[in-house]
Design a protein around this ligand. Structure first.
Ligand SMILES: Nc1ncnc2c1ncn2[C@@H]1O[C@H](COP(=O)(O)OP(=O)(O)OP(=O)(O)O)[C@@H](O)[C@H]1O
Ligand SMILES: [Mg+2]
Length: 355
């Protein structure tokens, strides 16, 4: 492992911002640190950078314990959420700043700044001031400035949080490509799951100062290990009494489950259509229909259990009060602090026919 955090604890007053945090990062990987506001993401970055000291635990970079190393000697580049640039310096001077601190000569600095402006796709803005750039351009320059001294590790703390949704999407694709080009080990903090899933090789999920799960985006999405992750990722909803649903029997201690829209199939049998699993479907009543561009989102009531699913634009229209049939394909059940996938028995059994 190139970066290792081992049993890191940090309290502010009596508030535990990091609770026994441990994870590692391999060289050249881009890690997404994802969690709700206040879950301790920035605290982790600040400790890694040496801007904050952990109460206990070790931080290793390339096998070397950096606990007592000052920020300037850790070889880390940092991009902050906002106000990252010095407003009274030109773009050129902002990028050159770290190189001047390193006492590089003028010719080197000039060439390096030009190279970085090229890398971030803004070769002509060197003479401008940050106020003369768009938000997205400012963050590109902030990245150039962080990269100027050739750090070994790049930390990005919600770099696009203040930027509007469409530009933000372009920027994250751009960031991924740029980081790939340089091959630098990076940690990207966000509380936007789409951003983390799209950008990161690996995701670390934080909650209340703890690490809930570490895994690649597919694992995090399809095999959540804890109830928190199951609920936090995807468009998840909690339901009670899942044992009442057709094809499911309560397993474990609790009777709470988490369900996502993609786990259910909504059917409207207008003219007596046939469906293989019709007998395993729940009768439901439409409560609400929302148009979501690519599909309808339908909220329906199954005997007191409210469920949301997607419904294709091409299918017969639904409206409030319509009677429908719902096939629930699977659920995540919650038992203590772990989750399990429970597949509808009808689907489970039907697979036997194909073996
Ligand atoms: N210097 C500090 N003094 C006191 N409390 C702090 C300090 N820094 C952070 N905290 C507290 O520690 C907790 C974790 O903060 P942190 O900034 O790491 O969260 P975060 O996950 O980055 O949240 P956000 O997504 O809102 O940026 C918060 O409850 C915060 O109020
Ligand atoms: Mg933060």
């Amino acid at each position: 492992m190139y970066i290792e955090l081992k049993n890191i604890n940090k309290t502010f007053g009596d508030f535990k911002a990091s609770d026994n945090v441990s994870f590692g990062i391999e060289k050249g990987r881009l890690i997404g640190l994802l969690g709700p506001s206040g879950s301790g993401k920035t605290t982790i970055l600040r400790m890694l950078a040496g801007l904050e000291k952990q109460d206990s635990g070790d931080i290793l970079i390339d096998g070397k314990n950096v606990n007592d190393l000052p920020p300037s000697e850790r070889g880390i580049g940092f991009v902050f959420q906002s106000y990252a640039l010095f407003p009274f310096m030109t773009v050129y001077d902002n990028i050159a700043y770290g190189l001047k601190v390193q006492k590089k000569d003028k010719a080197f600095i000039k060439a390096r700044v030009a190279e970085l402006l090229e890398l971030v796709g803004l070769p002509d803005v060197g003479k401008r001031y940050p106020s003369q750039l768009s938000g997205g351009q400012r963050q590109r320059i902030a990245l150039a400035r962080a990269l100027a001294p050739s750090p070994e590790l790049l930390l990005l703390d919600e770099p696009f949080a203040a930027i509007d949704a469409k530009v933000r999407k372009e920027l994250r694709t751009w960031l991924r490509e740029t980081i790939d080009k340089i091959g630098i080990t990076s940690i990207f903090v966000t509380h936007d799951q789409d951003e983390a899933i799209e950008v990161a090789d690996e995701i670390v999920i934080t909650n209340k100062g703890r690490v809930e799960q570490v895994g690649n985006p597919v694992e995090i999405y399809s095999e959540p290990k804890t109830p928190f992750v199951a609920q936090f990722i995807g468009q998840s909803a909690m339901i009670e009494d899942y044992g009442r649903l057709k094809g499911f029997e309560q397993s474990g201690e609790g009777n709470t489950a988490i369900i996502r829209p993609e786990f259910i199939e909504i059917n409207k049998f207008e003219d007596g259509g046939y469906h293989q699993f019709e007998s395993s479907m729940e009768d439901a009543v439409v409560e609400d229909v929302f148009f979501r561009g690519s599909a309808f989102e339908v909220r329906a009531d199954i005997n007191g259990i409210s469920i949301t699913g997607r419904y294709p634009l091409s299918s017969p229209r639904l409206k409030k009060g319509d009677k429908i049939k719902i096939l629930i394909k699977k659920l995540y059940t919650i038992s203590g602090n772990s989750t399990e996938i429970l597949v509808n028995k009808a689907l489970d059994d039907s697979e036997l026919y194909y073996i």
